[in-house]
Design a protein around this ligand. Structure first.
Ligand SMILES: C[S@@+](CC[C@H](N)C(=O)[O-])C[C@H]1O[C@@H](n2cnc3c(N)ncnc32)[C@H](O)[C@@H]1O
Length: 511
């Protein structure tokens, strides 16, 4: 194989990386092994290609042989060859002996660059031996990463819902959600007997409701609320220009440590995320290393961490917030499956709350999809029967499953695969007390006549609702054109995930 072009090493790598594994190992590696020291340097790309091609298509039984070859190269007299070998090793994996070789090299090398590359490899594959060898604080980043991966392997830490935070003075809690729903979130906090006793709403911003605790609380108290999207404990606000040191100090602060400790089962691990700013890898690394030096009990770990430290830009600087990463969200664990255009679950909860609770409710969702609005309304209580209709048989199957998984005490629950217009005859006139729905918006799947569809929705609502009955729906059209029998009582513009729609509340007038 010949190399050429502007960057021969890169071109050689690109050619080698496309070879079938057998040819790469059988011919190119053999040729590399026979080559002179000088030729080996010019063909060092073989090592990189071995790492990549083996990880994609190498046969499992050959793994020990490939590992051995790479570990052997760690003793090559050429620093470049050793460096390529240590970079390829994590792709193949290493046994204890490989880890020992890397650590021995770390002890003997005097090259700064080699120490850096050894650190990167040990970040990925280091274990107990690495941790022991690193006790002298040679590579703090590696120390943190290895501690985190050992902790992850031994016992996955989780967020504790029942740990009680009694020392809460001055703490602010940010409930974040879709813009336009703030008042519904506030109303839920103030209506719930527990949250009303434990928190006060002190501020409302765009997509944000700020709480202050007024009594001891646990995370379970907050997760009894269904209308917010995410929750964050404000650890501090730092000026945008003082980022690394100030953010690290906030993460390692006594307040942060206390919250982490009370609400975590197991080793404290968090990922760091700059909201609306992309990956920021350099900043993340610098902050995480500094925070670890300040408080070695709190580990930065991007993989399956139970917490996320989120940096939110605000008019006052960067708000540093600690958020539990609960996936799936335990509040919506009834969701067994999804449809492509499913509602954002907290939005469905907001729609149910906006609709309000009436005893003996008869609810219809004409476009039920996965059934979230029906479940959320039934969870508020007082529902006698629900009907979901949808054109899609898959959606009907899914809403049946989700509704059953929610384990609700509703006398009748029916899900029919049909056009919503065809349900009117079955339902009968003046039969329904609430229609709550999120109709197709024509965004993902184009709708031939969206205006006609919304007009028909108004029409069937006017027919099927009992006098005093309510229609709550997300209207994709700016102006209504609703029948005289329906009176608009409220309208709010809500972010539907990148586009705005109007959440509208109509009441059918008495005859
Ligand atoms: C925005 S999705 C509803 C999502 C639902 N709220 C959920 O949480 O999964 C709209 C649904 O309307 C259904 N649909 C569209 N046209 C319909 C029609 N004419 N009659 C009944 N259902 C229809 C689609 O199949 C889709 O499942």
């Amino acid at each position: 194989m010949k190399s050429g072009g502007k960057n021969p090493s890169k071109e050689l790598y690109n050619a080698l990386r496309r070879l079938p594994w057998e040819q790469l190992w059988g011919e190119e590696v053999a040729r590399f092994n026979r080559a002179t020291a000088q030729e080996r340097i010019s063909r060092v790309a073989v090592i990189r290609a071995v790492g990549v091609v083996f990880s994609e298509s190498g046969p499992e039984e050959q793994r020990p042989e490939v590992q051995q070859w790479l570990v052997g190269l760690l003793q090559d007299p050429a620093e470049k060859i050793r460096r390529y070998a240590m970079t390829a090793l994590p792709k193949i994996g290493v046994e204890k002996s490989g880890e020992a070789e890397l650590l021995a090299l770390l002890n003997t090398t005097t090259a700064e660059r080699e120490t850096k590359f050894l650190g990167r490899t040990l970040d990925k594959i280091g274990g107990v031996a690495t941790l022991k060898a690193l006790e002298r604080g040679l590579l703090p980043q590696t120390e943190q990463k290895v501690k985190a991966s050992l902790a992850r392997a031994q016992s996955p830490s989780t967020v504790r819902m029942d740990g009680v935070l009694a020392d809460f003075a001055g703490l602010r809690i940010h409930l974040r959600g879709r813009k336009g729903l703030e008042q519904i979130v506030k109303q839920e906090v103030e209506a719930n007997p527990t949250t009303r006793r434990k928190f006060r709403v002190v501020e409302i911003g765009s997509g944000l409701v700020v709480l202050q605790p007024i009594a001891s609380f646990c995370l379970g108290d907050i997760y009894a609320l269904r209308c917010f999207g995410t929750v964050g404990f404000v650890l501090g606000t730092v000026h945008a220009t003082q980022s690394v040191e100030s953010i690290a100090c906030v993460i390692a602060s006594p307040l942060s440590h206390r919250i982490f400790k009370i609400f975590t089962e197991g080793v404290i691990r968090y990922r760091l995320n700059f909201v609306a700013k992309g990956h920021q890898r350099g900043a993340v690394r610098a902050i995480a290393n500094r925070a670890y030096t300040l408080c070695p009990e709190i580990l930065n770990d991007a993989r399956n961490a139970p917490w996320s430290v989120e940096i939110h830009p605000t008019g006052r600087g960067n708000s540093v917030e600690l958020s539990p990463r609960l996936s799936p969200d335990p509040r919506f664990s009834y969701r067994q499956a999804d449809v492509p255009a499913a509602s954002h679950p907290p939005l469905a909860a907001c729609m149910a709350r906006l609709a309000g609770k009436r005893e003996g409710e008869i609810v219809w969702d004409p476009f039920c999809g996965s059934g979230l609005e029906l479940v959320e309304r039934a969870l508020l209580g007082g529902v006698r029967s629900v009907l979901g209709t949808d054109l899609s048989p898959e959606a009907i199957g899914i809403s049946k499953r989700n509704f059953a998984a929610a384990n609700l005490s509703v006398a009748t629950a029916q899900f029919n695969c049909c056009d919503f217009r065809d349900a009117v005859d079955d339902l009968g006139l003046n039969s329904v007390t609430l229609i709550v729905t999120n109709p197709p918006m024509g965004r993902r799947v184009p709708i031939a006549d969206l205006r006609g569809l919304i007009a028909d929705l108004f029409d069937v609502a006017a027919k099927t609702l009992k006098p005093g009955g309510r229609l709550v729906f997300a209207n994709p059209l700016p102006v209504g054109g609703c029948p005289a029998a329906l009176k608009l009582e409220s309208r709010q513009v809500v972010d539907f995930g990148g586009f705005n729609s109007r959440l509208e509340f109509y009441r059918k007038l008495p005859r």
